[in-house]
Design a protein around this ligand. Structure first.
Ligand code: GUN
Ligand code: ZN
Length: 425
């Protein structure tokens, strides 16, 4: 199958490399056996595949599938809680909802809503914070497997503070995690992520469980929260008197490595940035959530200078929706307004919403549309008569087109979503 459309992707990292964006204004991709088998200007690709069936998609654009590196499945129904900071919001809105995930049918219906929203927003890969219960997490993995999206997730571990009905004993956490890893890790498009909620609600014993799981299984991912909110950070400091800083509470247990993704990191020390970089660990930047919960403005420039990898996370339900384009735009706004902000271009926004996620998650075959990559991509077509349609049609060059895409895209513009060469939406 050959698809003709304007095509944008960022095979290189615009924070450190020139010419990171590659654009084919009248482009084509040729898909074979689930992969991008050819990419280029339409005339060239057509010449190389003269007999292939083709579709003309020139009323829209093709981009790589979006990659969300921080989002919570059990929080779909609590989005939109304004007027609170992190710990109040957890207590009043979020944790009571998460307690319902012990019920398989309830968790299953939330999981369906969640995965449907990933899909219709063009997110083809996501690192998903799970729930605190083995049953609910199984419901999620089963739905994720059926969705055919690329999902990395794990049961959330906690044994102190917050809501007591969410706690496990370290022993129960270990056993349930082992069982879920056996059933779902590296099955179809699923990977398992060891997921303590954050050090605030994790004892040393449960962080040791996380360490053991990593020692006993290959290719597990790790995710948690870090340096999000002042009160959270102060509490972690009290709970771990021996720790140099927040990162150290994970580091001591071998949890900071090239397959670790830490959400937020709004208030890092310089030394934490240095150690994250040395460990090749990644940060998930969640600008909508950081604004909604009043957590602060992400110090992007400091991350860039320290060469810490970062990508985007919507952080539903602290965040405000599933759209990675909106998340990228919010990142642009906040950096633009901040005194020490990073001046982001549309190229950076595309990179952050796609390839940066693949790099954070250690996935080498997604995130861009180079030949040989998995055919994970989206076809954006502005609704007829929309402002997005007029802007795209009259954009003077590809940079303006890309800026318009990030400013004006919403789920209504996501016309098709393809994963592994199959159209899912
Ligand atoms: N820190 C611990 N749990 C959460 C959560 O659910 N959302 C956010 N934004 N931060 C957290
Ligand atoms: Zn979160």
């Amino acid at each position: 199958m050959l698809l003709r459309a304007p095509i944008f992707h960022t095979p290189k990292n615009p924070f450190y490399q020139d010419h990171a964006l590659e654009v084919f204004e009248d482009g084509a991709i040729y898909i074979s056996e689930g992969k991008i088998a050819d990419l280029g200007d339409y005339n060239d690709v057509r010449r190389r595949h003269p007999d292939s069936p083709s579709r003309d998609l020139r009323d829209g654009v093709i981009l790589p599938g979006f990659i969300d590196t921080h989002i919570h499945f059990p929080q779909v129904r609590v989005m939109g809680g304004l007027g609170m900071t992190l710990l109040e919001w957890l207590e009043h809105n979020t944790l009571p909802e998460e307690a319902k995930m012990s019920d398989y049918p309830y968790a299953s219906s939330v999981a369906q809503e969640f995965l449907h929203n990933l899909l219709i927003n063009g997110t083809t890969t996501a690192l998903v914070f799970g729930c605190h219960f083995e049953t609910g997490q199984r419901a999620f993995f089963e739905a994720a497997k059926a969705s055919k999206l690329r999902i990395i997730s794990g049961m959330v571990l906690s044994d102190r503070m917050l809501l007591e009905s969410l706690h496990q004993t370290p022993q129960a956490a270990y056993q349930a995690s082992k069982e879920l890893i056996r059933e779902f890790h590296q099955k179809d498009r699923l990977l398992y992520a060891v997921t303590p909620r954050f050090s605030l609600s994790a004892s040393e014993a449960i962080l040791e469980v996380c360490q053991s799981l990593h020692e006993e299984h290959q290719a597990l991912r790790f995710t948690s929260h870090i340096n999000e909110n002042d009160r959270e950070i102060a509490t972690v400091k009290e709970l771990f008197p021996w720790a140099r800083d927040y990162l150290d509470t994970y580091e001591r247990f071998g949890l900071v490595h090239e397959h670790s993704v830490f959400a937020h990191n709004v208030h890092p020390h310089e030394d934490e940035l240095r150690r994250l970089s040395a460990a090749k660990a990644a940060v998930s930047h969640c600008p909508c959530s950081n604004a909604a919960l009043g957590s602060g403005i992400f110090p992007m420039l400091r991350h860039v200078k320290a060469r810490v990898k970062f990508s985007l996370g919507t952080d539903v339900g602290g965040g405000t929706g599933f759209g990675l384009a909106k998340e990228a735009l919010q990142s642009y706004f906040l950096q633009h307004l901040s005194v020490e902000g990073y001046e982001l271009s549309p190229n950076h926004l595309l990179y952050l919403a796609t390839k940066a996620g693949a790099e954070a998650l250690g996935l080498v075959d997604v995130g861009d549309l180079s030949v040989g990559q998995a055919a994970d991509f989206i076809y954006l077509r502005p609704p007829q008569g929309s402002a997005f349609a007029s802007v795209l049609k009259h954009a003077e060059d590809s940079e303006r087109m890309l800026a318009a895409i990030f400013t004006l895209t919403s789920a209504e513009s996501v016309a098709e979503v393809w994963v592994g060469g199959a159209r899912l939406h």
